[in-house]
Design a protein around this ligand. Structure first.
Ligand code: C2O
Ligand code: CU
Ligand code: CU
Length: 474
């Protein structure tokens, strides 16, 4: 379905040359765990953290801490975590509420904590501009003003995001609104509404190993051990009914092509920041780093059966699903989920180009590597804009913006290349090697002349190596 326009640019030829030239060095890391026993267990379900109310504000108290986690039976793995030993709780928020997420840093290094996908003022964004020093608490306070969706939170420390996420710092945010509560969807958290943070890691003697070579910075640091919610190939027991998965590609730089081992159909119901207008039937779902998708799969006729949920791109199993309990409650997926507001491209005031280039060890957007003291773009409030992102490299990238969502207009110059399951609100878009994407966006509030938002590739090795820029809303 997707037409791939292949062309070589000078920078991509240079990148290809360098990729080959590096072949003599360490190519890709792999785990050394043959002497260890994987801790085979049930899929861990992150705690659903309901807030405590103080003075009309919903407070979420999060402690960023060092942990020891049982990936293996024989050895404790040193980790970073939030209120746990790996990853963090799922924050449940209601649209319209005043919230305060209170992050306390008990680590021995500075961090930041960013609400990915959250529509918040730049000073509350938790980007590289809101560092949390050792021993300090920082509160991200705002009114939730966006549609029901699945977002997440993670560090955004300048040049250190990748290793900090790798150690285990990430968690989900579920936003509910009147619409999501009214739909007949699976909503029992951990029973038929299953959070799924998918990652891959490299272990050395049972410890997380983050040590990318120059080559691995270029391609992205890809692990050979798949983990789901912090467990290696865990088992999930479910009822024979419709099951909803809220999936986050929480990896540093891996693209996953997900699906079930028996090839069964499922329906995607949501993208990063909204429901899709109607469920989209599919058998494979591609997610690049930081993208989310909600899917519903019907196991009603499979009582007593078993399937695995896999990444077909890298040939890895994430979870084994046993359909071993009769349904205690039925749901029936509606044909219509929502109506999305669509911006009109003929109203666009300007097109902003963003060209992704790089060479070994350094990545740029529009020829510039990230500088925290430089504002790259001024975006006027209320203007409809088209952003055109061109990946001029032989390696894959994606593109994420803070502040608000966008909608994809074109891939490689044509609206026909935009897949039906990408037509919801998005905040990350996958851009394979030598491809381009156009999206439409409008800043709707939160002007600030001093504090910028960021845009960047969400392959964390690329982000840390400079493929990031900053914009202010004026
Ligand atoms: Cu997921 Cu700039 O972040
Ligand atoms: Cu973000
Ligand atoms: Cu990238």
């Amino acid at each position: 379905m997707m037409q791939r326009r292949k062309f070589l640019t000078l920078s991509s030829i240079a990148a290809l040359y360098l990729l080959n030239a590096c072949g003599g060095g360490r190519n890709s890391s792999s785990s050394n765990i043959s002497n260890l026993t994987v801790n085979k267990k049930s899929l861990p379900i992150p705690e659903l953290l309901r807030p405590t109310t103080r003075n009309g504000v919903q407070h979420y108290d999060l402690t960023i801490q060092k942990g020891k986690h049982n990936f293996f039976l024989d050895i404790q793995t040193d980790t970073y975590a939030i209120n746990s030993t790996y990853l963090g709780p799922t924050l449940l928020m209601q649209n319209g509420e005043n919230v305060s997420i209170n992050y306390t840093n008990t680590l021995t290094e500075t961090i930041t904590m960013h609400g990915h996908g959250m529509h918040v003022p730049p000073s509350m964004d938790g980007s590289a501009h809101q560092p949390i020093a050792v021993g300090q608490t920082w509160s991200s306070q705002y009114t939730v003003k966006q549609r029901a969706c699945t977002n997440w939170y993670h560090p955004h420390t300048l040049h250190k995001t990748a290793p900090q996420v790798y150690q285990g710092l990430a968690g989900l945010v579920i936003i509910e609104d009147d619409e999501s509560k009214g739909l007949d969807l699976p909503k029992r958290y951990g029973i038929d509404d299953i959070p799924l943070v998918l990652q891959d890691r490299i272990f050395s003697n049972g410890q997380l190993q983050y040590n990318p070579s120059t080559m691995e910075v270029m391609r992205g640091y890809i692990g050979d051990i798949s983990i789901a919610n912090g467990a290696i190939e865990p088992i999930l027991d479910v009822e024979a009914k419709e099951i909803r998965f809220r999936i986050l590609n929480g990896s540093n730089s891996s693209v996953y092509t997900l699906g079930f081992s028996d090839g069964r159909n499922f329906k995607q119901i949501a993208t990063d920041n909204s429901f899709l207008e109607s469920p989209i039937e599919m058998t494979r779902l591609t997610l690049s780093p930081a993208e989310r998708a909600e899917i519903v799969v019907d196991f009603s006729t499979l009582l007593g059966g078993k399937v695995t949920f896999r990444d077909f791109k890298n040939d890895k199993t994430f979870i084994t699903i046993n359909i071993n309990e009769p349904a205690t409650q039925r749901t029936s997926l509606p044909n219509r989920l929502t109506t999305l507001e669509k911006l009109d491209a003929t109203q666009a005031v300007r097109t902003r180009p963003f060209i992704l280039t790089g060479r070994m060890g350094s990545f740029e957007i529009n020829g510039k590597s990230m500088d925290i003291n430089r504002i790259d773009e001024n975006v006027p409030l209320g203007d409809v804009e088209i952003w055109e992102i061109s990946n001029n490299m032989m390696v894959d990238h994606n593109f994420h913006i803070h502040a608000t969502h966008f909608m994809i207009l074109e891939r490689n110059g044509s609206p026909n290349n935009v897949a039906a399951n990408e037509k919801g609100y998005k905040d990350v878009v996958y851009i394979p090697a030598n491809e381009s994407v156009k999206f439409i966006v409008k800043m709707i509030d939160y002007t600030d002349n001093a504090v910028p938002y960021m845009y960047h590739c969400h392959f964390l090795e690329h982000e840390d190596a400079g493929m990031m820029g900053q914009f202010i809303v004026t």
